[in-house]
Design a protein around this ligand. Sequence first.
Ligand code: CA2
Length: 144
Amino acid sequence: MKFLVLNGPNLNLLGEREPDIYGAATLADVEADCMALARDLGCEVDFRQSNHEGGMVDALHDVRHTHQGVIINAGAYTHTSIALRDAINGINLPTIELHVSNIHAREEFRHHSMIAGACLGVIAGLGTSGYGLAVRALHSHLSS
Ligand code: CA2
């Protein structure tokens, strides 16, 4: 069982600024935690980040025949990208939308997600521990 964990724009800065919103863990810390958890669960995680909408679409297409599920933190593209929604629908893999912060408790423009309707479920506001929860949720969804 192999999952893509795909991170969008600016998430490479995680842990460097705005720790009050996003916490102190870096994206490398999150990746290491996901890898360790995947090893325990007996699955594989492929961890990627792109600052470009097209790069994210390409990453989704790349895994359509090789992976069984996707966890996506689309960053600000969450709120704008019909292309990402179409790509998630197009690859037909169970996908969990993830946000470190609670997008519903922030500015109004963050309340709407373009991709949520194409996803199996959404995790938001639980900090970077949400990544591990998403790996567990996808693993349990695909095992049942
Ligand atoms: O809460 C999340 O995970 C978000 O997807 C993060 C995005 C934001 O646009 C979404 O509305 C919610 C922003 C990621 C920016 O990450 C930074 C981390 C540290 C310093 C600066 C930016």
